[in-house]
Design a protein around this ligand. Structure first.
Ligand code: HEC
Length: 145
């Protein structure tokens, strides 16, 4: 599998995200997304925030050199990644993409099923404004595997 990262998961440009501020948030969550939300709260919110807001000052490295957990809302960069990249990050961890990379982000293989990971990602996507969703869908189409 070839993943085309422009740079290893550091801090990506937020300029595009800032231009999204005026877009409306998606309508009510679907049933699947609300199940995904419960799984998100149980497994991800301790680091990424109850409201997907990430850790404070998330672009500044911690004293140990690692990065804090970024937001999963439109102010972060989750929507810059294709479905395949997001799924792989969550299931197999960042080191599966960038060998040797040191991070506090756990791998969830053996903790969550593939279906549960997909539900969580569907929930996260359901909270994005249309423009972020469209951008991410285009990434998924461009990099299907
Ligand atoms: C123990 C804290 C912790 C938990 C729990 C956690 N994460 Fe993370 N996550 C992080 C950190 C820290 C990063 C930033 C990693 C880096 O770049 O070094 C990260 C990065 C990510 C990324 C890549 C950056 C991005 O926004 O695209 C995704 C996707 C992600 N996490 C999804 C999840 C999901 C989904 C869950 C729950 C199933 C979860 N994380 C649980 C700490 C955590």
């Amino acid at each position: 599998m070839i993943l085309r990262w422009t740079k290893p998961l550091g801090v990506l440009s937020i300029a595009a995200a800032l231009t999204l501020a005026s877009f409306t948030v998606s309508p009510a969550l679907s049933r699947v997304a609300s199940e995904g939300r419960a799984l998100y709260v149980a497994n991800c919110a301790s680091c990424h925030g109850q409201n997907l807001q990430g850790q404070p000052d998330w672009m500044r490295r911690l004293p140990n050199g690692r990065l804090p957990a970024p937001p999963h809302d439109e102010t972060g960069h989750t929507w810059h990644h294709s479905d395949r990249q997001l799924f792989t990050i969550v299931r197999d961890g960042l080191a599966s993409i960038a060998p040797g990379y040191e991070t506090d982000m756990p791998a969830f293989a053996g903790v969550l099923t593939d279906a549960e990971i997909t539900e969580i990602l569907d929930y996260i996507k359901s909270t994005w404004p249309d423009r972020a969703r469209a951008y991410q869908a285009a990434r998924t189409e461009a990099y299907p595997s």
